[in-house]
Design a protein. Structure first.
Length: 445
């Protein structure tokens, strides 16, 4: 791709704890930005904690442009790493020992999130600050972009910006001390986080986040100019393997197949209304098949047992990204679980763009006036419902279409217009160039 800028592009350092080859969701946004900036002729380097052997995702920049510095000391991570697949097939019920270990891991995570400041990745702050010069081999940035969480990376970026006297930009995939209800903390810990965040942002040139409500929260709280650059659809080949082959479940021309892929947050993203809706179908419940792929803490199984529809639910546990995409592409409809609360209005999960890529209609359980709900409605890409009776009515409609035609219609291709990564990232480079031109922002008090 031709360089779109008439003048030399700045040297960009991207600081991201998560980065390919790691297959975590947090690696995708910084990886997409690195690839796009490189295509546009920018001189890009990436500082990350991910080793060259820590996953299978494609790396978007040459290895010599990656500065890989491991955390120190290494801390044991409770449970399975994010993105690590489990053996194929339906997930077995957890054993008593497994439930005990899972509970202990959750307690460890909760304790770590409460006590480790700013987050459990704090052991990555000192190593990259101390060893960057050695890893960079004399290369120096004109502007620094850091993507979080984890927010330990913000501390790293601010320190390197001070050292090289260059501007830095903070990319919030999620919020930190305010507006993030998924990070459960005490009031004291929230106050400490807010104080630290304010201190770190004193020197930031600008902030970027994924939706207008989140941008307004950052600007209102910290007085920092905040831009919106949405996540986008990652172009990838259409999966060729059938749904039945990919998950080992027999497909049927008269069965309505729903699929949910990803993590379920206890107490906030609840599949119970959907499972109760299946129970309301009576005899037709046997014609609905609900697939869950991802960690759900036993929530889905308990809801299915309570509603008496366990035969309609298959739990796969965590699967590889490729299998997740195959499941999405071949389902009749996709389930997006979000929090039905006004505090979730600004959340735009990256999963919604995966679902749009699959072009299957989306059933969203969540806040009906939120950004995600509005996106689906405006694009005619899905429906929003939280009441079991309303959900059951929608399932009956889809089931009737499936029985009559053999397939629920795909979302129109036009629904994806303007939502691909490259549609969003041109604006990101403008923000970074403006920051580089503006130099170092004077600290505020």
């Amino acid at each position: 791709m031709r360089n779109a800028y008439p003048e030399p592009a700045p040297r960009l350092l991207i600081v991201s704890y998560h980065f390919p080859p790691a297959e975590t969701v947090g690696a995708r946004r910084p990886a997409a930005l690195a690839a796009f900036a490189k295509q546009q002729g920018w001189d890009v380097r990436v500082l990350t904690a991910v080793g060259a052997d820590q996953g299978g995702a494609p790396v978007p920049v040459p290895e010599e442009h990656l500065i890989r510095i491991a955390p120190s000391p290494r801390l044991r991570r409770p449970g399975r790493s994010a993105g690590e697949p489990v053996p194929d097939g339906a997930a077995p019920p957890p054993s008593r020992l497994g439930r005990i270990r899972s509970g202990a891991d959750r307690l460890l995570v909760k304790a770590g999130m409460e006590l480790l400041l700013p987050d459990p990745q704090l052991n990555w702050i000192r190593p990259p600050v101390q060893n960057f010069d050695r890893g960079a081999a004399g290369w120096r940035p004109d502007v620094i972009l850091v993507s979080g969480p984890p927010f330990s990376g913000f501390v790293v970026a601010a320190a390197l910006a001070r050292r090289f006297r260059v501007p830095w930009v903070a990319d919030y995939r999620d919020l930190w001390s305010v507006g993030n209800e998924y990070w459960v903390r005490s009031a004291l810990r929230r106050a400490v986080d807010k104080r630290l965040e304010r201190r770190v942002l004193r020197s930031v040139a600008a902030c970027v986040t994924v939706s207008e409500p989140l941008a307004e929260t950052i600007h209102r709280t910290f007085g920092v100019q905040t831009h919106v650059v949405m996540n986008g659809i990652d172009r990838r080949p259409v999966p060729m393997e059938s749904f039945a082959t990919s998950v080992g479940v027999e497909a049927s021309a008269t069965t309505l197949t729903l699929a949910h892929t990803g993590y379920i947050y206890p107490g906030k993203r609840d599949p119970s209304p959907l499972i109760d809706a299946i129970a309301l179908l009576g005899a037709d419940a046997t014609k609905v098949h609900l697939i869950f792929a991802g960690e759900d803490h036993g929530i889905t199984r308990a809801a299915a047992e309570r509603a008496g529809v366990t035969d309609s639910v298959t739990l796969l546990g965590q699967v590889s990204p490729e299998k997740s995409w195959r499941i999405q592409a071949d389902a009749d409809a996709l389930v997006l679980l979000m929090w039905n609360d006004p505090r979730d209005a600004g959340t735009v999960t990256g999963k919604i763009f995966d679902y749009l890529q699959a072009r299957r209609p989306v059933l969203l359980l969540g806040y009906e006036h939120g950004v995600a709900a509005r996106l689906l409605r405006e694009r005619s890409a899905g429906v929003v419902a939280n009441d079991p009776a309303a959900i059951a009515a929608r399932l009956r409609e889809w089931l009737a279409v499936k029985e009559r035609t053999g397939r629920v219609p795909a979302v129109p291709a036009a629904a994806l217009d303007g939502l691909f990564r490259e549609d969003q990232l041109g604006r990101y480079l403008d923000i970074l160039r403006d920051a580089a031109r503006g130099g170092v922002r004077r600290p505020v008090t």
